[in-house]
Each structure stands twice: as structure tokens, then as C-alpha cells.
Design a protein around this ligand. Structure first.
Ligand code: UN1
Length: 506
């Protein structure tokens, strides 16, 4: 991809120059000026009663259906330019967006900054990809006919976003569906409606018609009502595996209904394997970042650390020391490393699991009394198989493996059925090759942290229970939102041209 078309503005793996303390302080001041930082915002209400909801959903789909053909007929360049303008507006509104991300999603300042940057990157990247890949192409071949392949919008897409990337993933899905010529009904997570509303307002300001992008705030009932409408042409969903399966079932249930694509990006039980040749200091930094940054609330985050027996004790000791340096507290304070979790449900679930494992804690931390802070905790487990669920928070399970059992260890991780991210720390090239060949994951990270995939360079998404692909922020994402249409025309003088002429004459 020519770099003048797209270059993420990233200075490290997440684009945040964390050493630029002055910039972080400046941003934090702006963010804090409008925050009542002591208060925990209450989650948004689910919305109107069920009946109105179904009618609302139908009305929105109808509205979008009516608007989509004109949008699809507009030039790719026009739609891409809208995304570029949206990226400019997001940058212009960065401080306001960060403020909402801190308040509503409880993001730390560096995470809120990363959130806006990633949203900008998605818009610019998909604009660039659309300009490159959505033009009609003539396909060569021996047929003696002219064959034109066109990529067109499919119709109305429903995009359902998670609360953990309420701007970046929300807009990433929406931008991809829009630039490919679809109308979109965008349903944010019920925990994060405000940042979505702000973003949709900016998108309209960037020239995307209001009927082409419609915001549908609400809870699971709203999602279900939209999915049930057989007129929709596709669903892009990021969230839990269970919900993705429910959506898939709903889409296939009705005999009469057209078969439409579901793009799902779901969870994982992400493991990092560390062998005895790994550089201990780097391992510690990367484990702490991968497991505890964003309070562990990323689907890419590390859940299961697998240490080669020989180095287990020493690594755990170092990790315990490193955990003591984590600052847990108010997300609006730029010095904070770990903020609260998203809501009471998440808190109760995580604290329940943590209590059940009490006898196996290797290390846990003190947290502020008020607010939904889950103490970052290291939990010892005997076997890979002991972690059976994705625990979406700052709880890290640790097990050991024996020298000579690298392939078997990867196989055991694979058998969970999830396949999102995996990490490897090793200085042995052969080990990296083995893991690369054996791991059934979408994103493998070698000798680095497991979070912070960069749009355009590190397309993100999993296998198996972790999702359907294609990878977000990668070169194969946009085509999945399109219908491919091929027109084959006989161009010989005795063939189709003559027929077309005489038809035109009639
Ligand atoms: C998610 O948490 O839903 O690599 C995805 C990362 C992010 C993607 C996480 N860019 O950490």
C-alpha cells in the first residue's frame, strides 16, 4: 500500500508516545476539567418497551433501505472522502471524545488517546483501501468476452459494537460498511451510547446522509429486533461468542430469509508461552501490559501465562515486584495504569471468580475502596485446561510446562477452541517457527506484548470460537461487505454488440 495513501500516526505499537509526559498532562487537564471524577456513571437504560422497539427497528431498516441505492450509486471517491473528513473531525474533536471515553467507558488517559487514534486510523485506512480495491476491474481470460467485476454495496448492514472499544471498533465496523456502499444501522453497547452518538453526529457532519447512517441505541433487545428483520443484508458484530452464535442462529432460522454474511469478532482464552531463553525483563513488561492494561478488558488481553518450569519461580517473583508498581485508581489521572471495570455485572463476575480461586492466589493488589476496581491478581492453575472461560478483566492465570513439550503445550491451548491471540517469548528461532506453525490463532505476538494491534500493519481477528474473520484493519476486510457482480458481454461483431444495438433501437 503506497504510504501516501495511508500511514497510521503511530509512534509505538499503540501510537501513544507515553514518554511525552507534557502532552499526557495537557490532555488529562482538558479531560479532567469536565469530569466529576469521584462519581461512577450509571449504565444507560435499555430504552423503550419491547413493542415500540420492534416497530423502531423496522422503521430504521426501512429508512436505511430507501436511502441505500443512491449512496451505493455515488462514486467510491465520494464515500472515501467522507471517511477522510470524518477522520479530520475526530482529530479536531479529540479532547471531547477522550473526555467521554474516560467518563463513560472508564478508559485511562493513554487508552482514551489510543481509542481516538485507532478510530482515525480505521477511517483513513478503509478510505484508502476503498480507493484501491473497489473500482470495477476487467478480468482477463480466454472467453472472447468482456468481463467486468464490480464490487457493490449489499444493502443495509447492522453493526453491533462492544463497550471496550466504543469509538474505535464502533466506527471501524461502520466505516467499512459505509465506504463499500451500504447503509448502516449502528447499535452501540448499552454501556457506551454517548460516545457513539457523538461519533455519528460527526459522521453526518462529514457528509454521510442521516438516513444512510442511523444510530440505534439500546440493549440486547434492540440488537435482536434488528437481527430479526429479514431485509438486512449483513451483520458486523464484536462481542461475546455466545451472542455471535445467537445472531447466527437467528439469521439462519427462517426458510424464506436470504442467506446473509455475519462478520463476528469474539473472545479468547489468550495464552503466552515463555521458554527458558526469554529475556526476563522484557517478559515482565509485556505480561503486565498484556494482562493488566485497560484492566484486562480487551479481547486481545493475556489470560493464561505458561512458563517453562525452569524459569517459573524467578519470573513469578519478578512479576510480583512489577505488579507492585501498578497505579490503580482514577482513570482521569494520567499516572493511572489500571482503572475500574465497566459495570457492576462485570465486577461481580470477576470478583466471584477471584474469590473462588482464593487458595491459589500468587499475588493480588490493594485497590481503592470506592468504585468498581478489581484487584489485578495472579492465579495459579495446574493445567491449561483449568481455564475454561474468558475472564474479561485483570485476572491472570499462570501454569507451567516442561522442557521439550512446546508443541504439546500449544496443542493444548488450541484445544480450547478459541483462537484469537497468542504470545511467545523465546530467543530460539526454531521455537518461534514451531509455534507459528502450530498455533491456531489469528494474531501471534513474538517477543512483544499481546495488545495494541495497529490498523493496516497488524490486521486483527481470530479463528474458531474467536470469530469468523476477515480481519479488521486488514486488506481483506472491505470485500466481505460487498456483493461481487460479474458482467460478461459478447464483444465479437456477430455477437452481443449487435443484439444490444437492436435492443436499444426498439
Ligand atoms: C478487542 O478488545 O475487542 O489489539 C479488540 C488490541 C486492539 C483490539 C482489541 N486493537 O488490543
Amino acid at each position: 500500500l503506497p504510504s501516501d495513501l495511508f500511514m497510521p500516526e503511530r509512534r509505538n505499537s499503540e501510537g501513544i508516545d507515553l514518554n511525552d509526559k507534557a502532552e499526557l498532562q495537557r490532555v488529562a487537564k482538558v479531560v479532567a476539567s469536565d469530569l466529576d471524577t469521584g462519581k461512577v456513571p450509571s449504565p444507560a437504560k435499555a430504552g423503550s418497551p419491547q413493542l415500540d422497539l420492534a416497530a423502531d427497528a423496522r422503521r430504521m431498516v426501512g429508512q436505511a433501505l430507501a436511502a441505500q441505492p443512491a449512496w451505493d450509486a455515488s462514486q467510491v471517491e465520494h464515500r472515501a472522502a467522507c471517511l477522510d473528513r470524518l477522520a479530520d473531525l475526530l482529530e479536531h474533536e479529540r479532547d471531547a471524545l477522550m473526555r467521554i471515553a474516560v467518563q463513560e467507558a472508564r478508559k485511562t488517559i493513554p487508552d482514551a488517546l489510543g481509542e481516538v487514534r485507532e478510530a482515525v486510523d480505521f477511517c483513513r485506512y478503509y478510505a484508502a483501501q476503498a480507493r484501491l480495491g473497489l473500482q470495477p476491474v476487467e478480468l482477463p481470460g480466454p472467453t472472447g468476452e468482456r468481463n467486468i467485476l464490480r464490487m457493490e454495496g449489499r444493502g443495509v448492514w447492522v453493526c453491533i459494537a462492544p463497550w471496550n472499544f466504543p469509538l474505535a471498533i464502533f466506527l471501524g465496523q461502520v466505516a467499512a460498511a459505509l465506504v463499500t456502499g451500504n447503509a448502516v444501522i449502528a447499535k452501540p453497547a448499552p454501556q457506551t451510547p454517548e460516545i457513539a452518538a457523538y461519533a455519528v453526529g460527526l459522521a453526518h457532519g462529514a457528509g454521510i446522509p442521516e438516513d444512510v447512517l442511523i444510530l440505534a441505541p439500546g440493549g440486547p433487545e434492540m440488537g435482536a429486533a434488528l437481527v430479526e428483520d429479514s431485509r438486512i443484508a449483513g451483520i458486523a458484530f464484536t462481542g461475546s461468542t455466545a451472542t455471535a452464535k445467537r445472531i447466527g442462529r437467528a439469521l439462519l432460522e427462517d426458510e424464506e430469509r436470504p442467506i446473509v454474511p455475519l462478520i463476528a469478532e469474539t473472545g479468547g482464552i489468550n495464552a503466552m508461552i515463555v521458554d527458558s531463553t526469554a529475556l526476563p525483563e522484557q517478559v515482565v513488561v509485556d505480561v503486565v501490559t498484556s494482562a493488566f492494561r485497560s484492566a484486562g478488558q480487551r479481547c486481545s488481553a493475556l489470560r493464561l501465562l505458561l512458563l517453562q518450569e525452569e524459569i517459573a519461580e524467578r519470573t513469578i517473583e519478578m512479576l510480583e515486584g512489577a505488579m507492585d508498581t501498578l497505579r490503580i485508581g482514577d482513570p482521569a489521572d494520567p499516572a493511572t495504569d489500571v482503572g475500574p471495570v465497566i459495570d457492576r455485572d462485570a465486577y461481580d463476575r470477576l470478583m466471584g471468580h477471584r474469590s473462588e480461586c482464593r487458595s491459589r492466589w500468587l499475588k493480588t493488589l490493594e485497590v481503592p475502596d470506592e468504585g468498581l476496581f478489581v484487584p489485578p491478581t495472579l492465579i495459579q492453575v495446574d493445567r491449561v485446561e483449568d481455564v475454561r472461560k474468558e475472564w474479561f478483566g485483570p485476572l491472570l492465570h499462570v501454569a507451567t510446562w516442561k522442557a521439550g513439550q512446546l508443541t504439546e503445550t500449544v496443542d493444548r491451548v488450541n484445544r480450547s477452541g478459541f483462537g484469537l491471540t497468542m504470545g511467545l517469548h523465546s530467543r530460539i528461532a526454531r521455537a518461534a517457527e514451531t509455534v507459528e506453525q502450530t498455533a491456531n490463532v489469528g494474531n501471534l505476538y513474538v517477543n512483544r506484548s499481546m495488545i495494541g494491534a495497529v490498523v493496516g500493519s497488524q490486521p486483527f481477528g481470530g479463528e474458531g470460537l474467536s470469530g469468523t474473520g476477515p480481519k479488521a484493519g486488514g486488506p481483506h476486510y472491505l470485500p466481505r461487505f460487498c456483493s461481487e457482480r460479474v458482467t460478461s458481454t459478447d464483444t465479437t461483431s456477430s455477437g452481443g454488440n449487435a443484439t444490444l444495438l437492436s435492443l436499444a433501437d426498439i
